[in-house]
Design a protein around this ligand. Structure first.
Ligand SMILES: [Zn+2]
Length: 240
């Protein structure tokens, strides 16, 4: 009996291991996806900021050219002052000069604001590039780790399944049937340790006499409350 119980305990350990590997197999692809998405997020932040900076620089260059043209226009218009013949023409030209001057002033103030924005965008870009550099190697090594785990998980499952078959072959078929039934009903846990009269499955107390029987391991004893197969786990320190 004792040997059968030891085999059932071993089977439970293997089954739990199998279950946790299977859970992991489900979770790993999602974890990989999450890590890639996080990396992508940092990449996009850098790309977006760089694009914004490029656009600002381009707009600034365009505005600088507008200013060059404006100054040129001002020069040409001023030179016409010496050619006018009537006072009316002269006044009209002065008004025209005012308009050109005003336009140029507006462009100049726009350029100043733009230069300020360009400075800020440059700072922002270097900050985001720094963050990306820092996080990238960390995320990449995490991705590598998850990929390695995904690559090895099937062989781990094969090994566990082999161990499982091996143990099952040695277990009495009636016990095995009972084990499978309890496992199914009790969320994968059919065999539980008991210590100090407390069932490790449902945490309820078992009768003292049953506890004594359990310590002798002479028969298969089920918890009166949760119906799981119990075994006595000696956790030492002199008490039982
Ligand atoms: Zn129980």
């Amino acid at each position: 009996m004792k040997e059968q119980l030891i085999l059932l305990i071993e089977l439970q350990r293997i089954d739990s291991e199998q279950r946790s590997i299977e859970n992991k197999k489900d979770l790993l692809p999602r974890e990989l996806e999450r890590l890639h998405a996080e990396l992508q997020q940092y990449e996009s932040a850098v790309d977006d900021t760089r694009k914004m900076l490029e656009e600002l620089v381009q707009r600034h260059n365009e505005r600088e050219q507008d200013l060059v043209r404006g100054i040129e226009k001002l020069k040409k218009t001023k030179s016409r002052l010496f050619e006018v013949k009537t006072n009316k023409e002269y006044q009209a030209l002065l008004t025209e000069l005012d308009v050109i001057n005003e336009k140029n002033d507006v462009i100049e103030s726009e350029i100043i604001v733009m230069l300020d924005s360009i400075d800020r965008a440059r700072d922002d870009l270097s900050k985001k590039e720094g963050e990306y550099r820092l996080i990238r190697s960390d995320l990449e090594s995490k991705i590598k780790k998850v990929q390695d785990e995904m690559d090895s998980i099937d062989s781990l499952l094969t090994i566990v399944t082999e161990k499982q078959l091996n143990v099952k072959m040695k277990i009495n078929s009636a016990f095995l049937k009972r084990y499978d039934l309890i496992k199914q009903k009790r969320n994968g846990r059919a065999v539980v340790p008991v210590w100090k009269e407390v069932c490790g499955g449902c945490h309820m107390n078992i009768p003292p006499q049953m506890y004594n029987q359990l310590q002798r391991s002479e028969e298969l004893i089920l918890c009166p409350n949760c119906n799981r197969i119990m075994y006595w786990e000696n956790r030492g320190n002199g008490e039982s």
